[in-house]
Design a protein around this ligand. Structure first.
Ligand SMILES: CC(C)(COP(=O)(O)OP(=O)(O)OC[C@H]1O[C@@H](n2cnc3c(N)ncnc32)[C@H](O)[C@@H]1OP(=O)(O)O)[C@@H](O)C(=O)NCCC(=O)NCCS
Length: 143
C-alpha cells in the first residue's frame, strides 16, 4: 500500500501513515489556483502552508512571527480541483526566539474520497517585536 494514502472504506487496509500535528487550516482547491496543466499550482500550496504555520507560531509565540527558513519542501502527489486541502502543523523545536515545525498537506480527493499526503516541508519562524527584531518566546509554550 502506498504510505501516502489511506482508504477509509477498505477493511483490509493496513493502517497507513496519518497526518501528524494539529489541523491548522483547510481550503477548497479552486480553479483559480491551477497551473497551466490543470493541477493546483505549487506556489499556492506553499503560500497556504506558510499561512497555516504562521497561525500556529503566532498563537504559540503570543505575537508577531515571521518566516525565516523553509527546507525539505517535497511535492509527492498532485492536488486537484475540488480537493479539500488540509494543512497540519507539528512543532519540532521551540528555541529562544524561533519555532521550527513540520507542515504536512493532506487532501481528501473530491472533498470526500481517498485521503492522500500531497506535500510536506519544514518551516522556521522567528518571533519578532514591533520593530521586527527577534523577541524571546515565553518558556513553556506548547501546542
Ligand atoms: C527573522 C529575522 C528577524 C531574524 O533576524 P536575525 O538577526 O537573523 O536573528 P538571529 O540571528 O538572532 O536569529 C534568531 C533566531 O532565528 C534562527 N534562525 C536565523 N536564521 C535561520 C535560518 N536560516 N534557519 C533556521 N533558523 C534560523 C536562529 O537560530 C535564532 O533562533 P533561536 O533564538 O531560537 O536560537 C530576520 O532575518 C528577518 O527579518 N528576516 C526576514 C523575515 C521575513 O520578511 N519573512 C518573510 C519572508 S517573505
Amino acid at each position: 500500500m502506498d504510505a501516502t494514502r489511506t482508504s477509509p472504506g477498505d477493511p483490509d487496509a493496513v493502517p497507513a501513515v496519518a497526518p501528524r500535528g494539529e489541523l491548522a487550516a483547510r481550503h477548497l482547491a479552486m480553479p483559480a489556483h491551477t497551473n497551466p496543466t490543470g493541477d493546483i499550482f505549487g506556489g499556492w500550496i506553499m503560500a497556504s502552508m506558510d499561512e497555516a504555520a504562521s497561525m500556529t507560531t503566532t498563537r504559540l509565540s503570543e505575537g508577531r512571527a515571521v518566516t525565516v527558513a523553509v527546507s525539505n519542501m517535497a511535492f509527492m502527489q498532485p492536488v486537484k480541483i475540488g480537493d479539500a486541502v488540509c494543512f497540519y502543523t507539528n512543532v519540532k523545536r521551540i528555541g529562544r526566539t524561533s519555532i521550527t515545525l513540520d507542515v504536512e498537506v493532506w487532501v481528501l480527493r473530491h472533498g470526500y474520497d481517498e485521503r492522500i499526503k500531497a506535500t510536506q516541508a519544514e518551516f522556521t519562524f522567528v518571533a519578532v517585536d514591533d520593530d521586527g527584531r527577534p523577541r524571546q518566546i515565553k518558556p513553556g509554550s506548547t501546542q
